[in-house]
Design a protein around this ligand. Structure first.
Ligand code: GUE
Length: 296
């Protein structure tokens, strides 16, 4: 049976480090400010907003949510971003993905000041990631949190075959870049990958990261025995049960280690979001911090 990777417990340790960092800022009268813009009513986004407000308050981050209806205009959202760019009390801005179709998500991402871009979606930040640049810049929190989790679990990536399923800007693409920077051999698959090719590649994967939004896409029989499985899926089934993209029942019998849903990647995303927020606040006020993940 696979080891269950306890994302909730690792997130708790990371939040404790972030709380210490926030306390350092507080000594200099800096309270990190995170602004979240939520347009419409995506179910995964609702969970995210609820959990992150709770977690932010506990570590000493001031989180504010700006809710807009499904029919909000692009101009309204851009005006909100602009106001937050100018707001000295706001260090980090996040626009929940997805946004309704009348709003050009790309345009909104590019409107956020790169220094306040807590998701790392601005091309100035994502460009640095894809160029493999050194130095500090914000990186998408879900893949960054997954890297922290893999490091915490001491899972070796050097030269290993890692299969990433899904190519979103939120997860798949930055995940690919981070794993590659960690010297893994990364294969990025997506909805147009034929099932038999997917099966062939998965059979040789030492680590699998699944971020597709398709429940039960990956079964135990698809995995190489002993593989590490990271399930990013967040699917609500009828009856309100929350499941990932991996069939947990069968996968635990084959994998070496696996993240559960809930209690795996989700809590790490939130803890990492707070970590990035505190880093952006420190940069904004030119205060030195010790690096977070090294201390967990
Ligand atoms: N710009 C942007 N950045 C995001 O990072 C982003 C986004 N948009 N849009 C929505 C998705 C979804 N997402 C979640 C994060 C944590 C949980 C989470 O806390 N999950 C708990 C759920 C527990 C419960 O049931 O409450 C868990 O997995 O244990 C859920 C969903 C971030 N997203």
């Amino acid at each position: 049976m696979a080891k269950i990777i306890d994302g909730k417990a690792i997130a708790k340790k990371l939040r404790a480090v972030v709380a210490t960092q926030a306390a350092v800022l507080k000594e200099q009268d800096v309270i990190p400010g995170l602004a979240v813009i939520l347009v419409g009513d995506d179910p995964a986004s609702e969970i995210y907003v609820r959990n992150k407000e709770r977690a932010a308050a506990k570590v000493g981050v001031n989180a504010k949510t700006f809710k807009y209806p499904n029919d909000a205009t692009e101009a309204e959202v851009l005006a909100q971003v602009e106001a937050l760019n100018q707001d000295e009390t706001i260090d980090a801005i996040l626009v929940q993905s997805p946004v309704p179709s009348q709003i050009n998500e790309q345009k909104v991402q590019e409107a956020i000041l790169p220094a306040k871009d807590v998701d790392g979606f601005h091309p100035e930040n994502s460009g640095r990631l894809f160029a493999g640049q050194k130095g500090y810049y914000p990186i998408a929190n879900t893949p960054r949190g997954i890297m922290t989790m893999l490091r915490h679990e001491e899972i070796d990536l050097v030269g290993k075959h890692v299969v990433v399923l899904g190519r979103s800007i939120l997860v798949g693409r930055p995940m690919f870049a981070l794993l590659q920077a960690a010297n893994a051999s990364v294969t990025l698959l997506h909805r147009y990958t034929p099932a038999d090719l997917r099966r062939q590649l998965l059979a040789t994967a030492d680590v699998v990261v699944v971020a597709t939004g398709v429940p039960n896409l990956i079964m135990g029989a698809d995995l190489k025995p002993g593989a590490t499985v990271i399930d990013v899926g967040m699917n609500r089934l009828p009856g309100n049960k929350l499941v990932g993209d991996v069939n947990f029942e069968t996968a635990t019998k084959v994998a070496g280690a696996i993240t559960p849903v809930p209690g795996g990647v989700g809590p790490m995303t939130i803890a990492t979001l707070l970590e990035t927020t505190v880093e952006l606040a420190a940069n904004h006020h030119q205060i030195e911090l010790e690096q977070g993940w090294q201390n967990i």
